[in-house]
Design a protein around this ligand. Structure first.
Ligand code: ADP
Ligand code: MG
Length: 642
């Protein structure tokens, strides 16, 4: 039966491959994928063609999915068709058995809650990753957590850093304005609840391996960005690590090893001796994310319950504290703020289920629009409550919101009603503001959110900038953090000589392939690369020639919301990507490591919890043809430590 299914699958794969391969639209050597419109879900899987036209220095060995009608049909180097069929079969079954899935976009009506789920986009096998650099990423989690917490409390730094951005980027401007009104309003007692609230950070610092002269021409991790809001994939990535752990152990001796070894040599060099780099185990590590993230949330939850004496377990029959209510009271909840049409729901649900399983903490999911309708803030106590409108036993009961966890709210599209809060029309912003002003712990609060902006990332790379947050005894923490910084350049009024050199490098030295241009957006798909980058800069620069014949460049204020970043070139290795339960292609790939960190701190700055909290690896094809055929979908993967 299984064999039959596997061979039908194989035939299906062959047909797909033939279809792709024969597509006349594809230039020679291009990866052969169907195109789809980019999804703008945060850190979702499919960046658009522009952002994924990765790496000019691509390998010629980009698309080796070939057909051979006389024998097995598909040739993937170092992997037999039988092993491939086994891999696919196990992967799809494992995904179904373990919820390694994403929700399909469907025409769900208001009355129907039925949904269908498909296998998440995954890399069929883990990617070789140097153990020492993986450990380095893990070790940076707690320093970055601390850094974000300290930035969030430094209003002057945030105002100064973001002042050029706020004029041209309404979204960041709105976040900053709310932050100022709530946290920098000295003497406004109405904001005491927000100021006194705990802060919960679930951060994810993303890195690419990059080889630089400064690091003796060895690969070391460089930070791509630091996510401080809606850092996703902790749940699904943990499942992928389990899958990859299973596959490599189960099929290691049955045809997989050679494939893994070749990738290991591609990353570690020919001298790779099969001995793990650093101390630790070879192979796929298991992620702690589904233990540590719920644990951090539980710390914030329990602290709130203790502080307001509302009891953290059962149904609060001893509710005699400050936050007592006359209405029937049911167990306090963690509010997940979600997008109405979210498809990455399984990832979120895994966290929700772990919160219940490990800590008996209930979760309620609502969009910002729903929150505006149903969540109230008691100005006197700072209490946020949800009016329970069900018809059962709990009718009329209120649920107290003790932690607010944002999986939405990071993009302008999450606020469709606009920015006008004065006339009451900008309901999503009003909801965000209401949540912020309550005493619940926010994940993130506005300060944490702002600390994750790309402009802040660029500013921190300035000489002395990160160091100001770690003085005296802590200087080594700043030094540790700095090891992960890539070249980052301002395009605002604060641009200095070094920044302008980078701009001139693009404009006059044709170095467009060495940089990435990034606006203050989250969620993928907004960056400029290559020709688009050069054009964007040219359109927004005035070039004059001085008396000595030198080029002078003046930046348009419109560039203030962008930063220029050194482009990172991770090592390439082979991957087989799977999407919609089908092998989509094979080719050389690059990966991005994400390290989760969790922190809880009090309103007055005491850090009560700070730890590394799991990982994620995302893999996408490299070597996209210069012709710009849409491709390069990222997938979830795991590191194979070596
Ligand atoms: P977002 O907030 O949209 O996720 P990122 O900074 O993470 O913004 O950029 C999106 C993607 O673009 C990254 O996941 C990575 O694949 C690619 N990218 C970003 N910066 C660089 C860089 N400096 N070098 C190479 N690729 C990059
Ligand atoms: Mg990113």
């Amino acid at each position: 039966m299984i064999r039959q299914a596997a061979s039908s699958l194989l035939i299906y794969i062959i047909c797909c491959c033939r279809y792709y391969y024969s597509s006349s639209l594809l230039p020679r050597g291009a990866l052969a994928f169907t195109t789809s419109s980019p999804l703008r879900t945060k850190n979702y899987f499919f960046p658009p063609s522009e952002s994924s036209s990765v790496l000019d220095g691509s390998s010629s060995d980009t698309n080796t999915m070939t057909t051979d009608s006389t024998t097995t049909g598909i040739t993937i180097p170092h992997l037999s068709p039988t092993t491939l069929a086994n891999l696919v079969d196990y992967t799809i079954s494992f995904s179904a058995a373990n919820g390694l899935q994403v929700q399909q976009k469907s025409e769900r009506s208001a009355t129907s809650t039925s949904s269908s789920y498909i296998t998440a986009p995954i890399s069929l096998l883990p990617q070789a990753y140097p153990h020492g650099q993986f450990q380095h990423g893990l070790a940076l989690s707690t320093p970055f957590n601390l850094l974000v917490d300290r930035i969030s409390r430094n209003g002057k730094f945030l105002q100064e850093t973001l002042k050029g951005v706020r004029d041209v980027d309404e979204f960041t401007g709105m976040l900053l304005t709310l932050y100022e009104a709530i946290y920098l309003s000295d003497g406004h007692s109405s904001e005491q609840h927000a100021k006194g609230a705990d802060r919960l950070g679930i951060l994810r610092s993303d890195y690419m391996l990059h080889c630089s002269q400064a690091a003796n021409n060895e690969y070391s991790i460089k930070q791509v960005e630091l996510n401080t809001i809606a850092s996703s994939f902790a749940g699904l990535a943990s499942s992928v690590a389990k899958l990859h752990g299973f596959l490599t152990r189960r099929l290691g001796e049955e045809g997989l090893q050679e494939f893994l070894d070749v990738n290991e040599r591609a990353v570690m060099g020919d001298s790779s001796d099969g001995i793990v780099d650093g101390d630790g185990e070879r192979g796929v590590p298991q992620s702690l994310a589904m233990i540590r993230l719920p644990a951090a949330m539980a710390v914030a939850y329990d602290r709130y319950c203790a502080r307001f004496n509302i009891g953290s377990s059962s149904n609060n029959d001893n509710n005699n504290g400050e936050h007592k209510s006359d209405a029937a009271v049911i167990k306090p909840v963690i509010l997940f703020v979600v997008q109405p049409n979210e498809t990455n729901t399984v990832d979120q649900r895994l966290l929700e289920f772990a919160l219940w399983d490990n800590h008996e903490i209930p979760v309620v999911r609502m969009s910002l629009g729903e929150i505006h309708e149903r969540v109230t803030l008691d100005e006197a106590s700072g209490r946020l409550t949800i009016q329970n409108d069900d018809q059962g036993d709990n009718c009329g009961a209120v649920q107290e919101v003790v932690v607010v966890y944002f999986r939405a709210g990071y993009a302008p599209t999450d606020y469709p009603s606009g920015y006008n809060t004065a006339d009451g029309s900008g309901i999503e912003w009003l909801a965000r503001e209401r949540l912020e002003r309550g005493s619940a712990a926010k994940c993130p609060n506005l300060g944490y959110h702002l600390a994750g902006t790309k402009k802040v990332q660029q500013e921190l790379a300035r000489r002395g900038a990160v160091e100001q947050f770690f003085e005296g005894d802590e200087a080594d923490v700043a030094a540790q953090i700095r090891t992960a910084f890539a070249g980052l350049y301002s395009l605002g009024a604060d641009a200095n000589e070094e920044d302008m050199e980078a701009v001139k490098d693009v404009l006059f030295n044709d170095a467009k392939g060495q940089y990435v241009l990034k606006p203050q957006r989250e969620g993928g798909g907004y960056n400029y690369y290559g020709e688009n980058l050069a054009n964007k800069l040219k359109e927004n620069c005035t070039i004059t020639v001085d008396d000595d014949g030198n080029n002078d460049v003046t930046l348009s204020p419109d560039l203030s919301e962008f930063i220029l970043m050194e482009r990172l070139f991770p090592p390439q290795q082979r991957a087989i990507l799977l999407r919609n339960g089908q092998v989509e292609g094979t080719g050389m790939s690059i990966s991005e490591l994400g390290c989760f960190g969790a922190i809880v701190s009090s309103g007055d700055g005491e850090v009560v919890h700070n730890e590394y909290a799991g990982f994620l690896l995302r893999t996408k094809f490299s070597g996209v043809d210069e012709g710009g055929v849409a491709s390069g979908f990222a997938t979830l993967s795991s590191p194979y430590l070596c």
